[in-house]
Design a protein around this ligand. Sequence first.
Ligand SMILES: NC(=O)c1ccc[n+]([C@@H]2O[C@H](COP(=O)([O-])OP(=O)(O)OC[C@H]3O[C@@H](n4cnc5c(N)ncnc54)[C@H](OP(=O)(O)O)[C@@H]3O)[C@@H](O)[C@H]2O)c1
Length: 232
Amino acid sequence: MDLHHKTAIVTGASAGLGVAFAEHLIRAGATVYGLARRNDRLQELRGRLGAAFHPVPLDVTDRAGIDAWVAATFSDTHRPDLLVNNAGIGHFAEIDQLDPAHWDAMLAVNLTGVFNLTHALVPHLKANPAVTHIVNIASVAGRIGNPRLAGYNATKYGLRGFSDALMKELRGHGIKVTCLFPGSIATDFNGGIRGSSAQPLQAEDLARVLIDVVRMPDHVLIDEVVLRPLNP
Ligand SMILES: NC(=O)c1ccc[n+]([C@@H]2O[C@H](COP(=O)([O-])OP(=O)(O)OC[C@H]3O[C@@H](n4cnc5c(N)ncnc54)[C@H](OP(=O)(O)O)[C@@H]3O)[C@@H](O)[C@H]2O)c1
């Protein structure tokens, strides 16, 4: 996809990866609708990135709110081209110490939030005559289990299955689906606790990969990308 004049939706755009994704997409010529709950941060980003960034203060778990925003924003004359399901949370604890509210919240954001955006936007992506793209941000925790991560692992393994099924379901509609599986990244995720990596990935590294994956020629579908820090 040539990103010039394309329309992207990035969830979790108020921090970390989402900020880097918005910056790089806009630099490549796209317009970005950035979703998150913290509107002050979204407004700051609007100030920095300009009119190509549209702050959308929404909780991805608010299905009615998402549906209403999509219906009010997109139409036959304004179609989305790219959805980046990036918003995610992690609560790490041994299973008997894991607060059930944290389990519920991880499922709600990391899985149901992805469903909400995807469900609302796929009809518009299908109606777009151009090749369109959904990129889901999972984690290496979607491929390997670890002590204290059972809840988070469950959501990211779930996201891998969701992505693989969607890839097969939507390719015939000209919609690519890619799942990214990063290792530790230097963001504020989980209070900045990132395991033991001395040299974690940077948000910029992920943004470069996102842009490369999205810019591949229309006939090329990259379904999964695993990124790790060189020195774990
Ligand atoms: N950092 C890592 O080491 C790492 C490694 C592998 C994968 N990942 C994945 O990468 C993605 C981005 O993480 P990050 O490192 O950038 O984390 P981050 O800095 O904590 O940012 C998370 C983003 O998600 C948004 N968010 C959380 N709950 C939300 C909700 N209910 N509705 C809307 N937005 C919500 C936050 O915005 P608000 O709080 O303003 O709503 C924030 O913009 C996540 O899916 C995470 O699982 C991270």
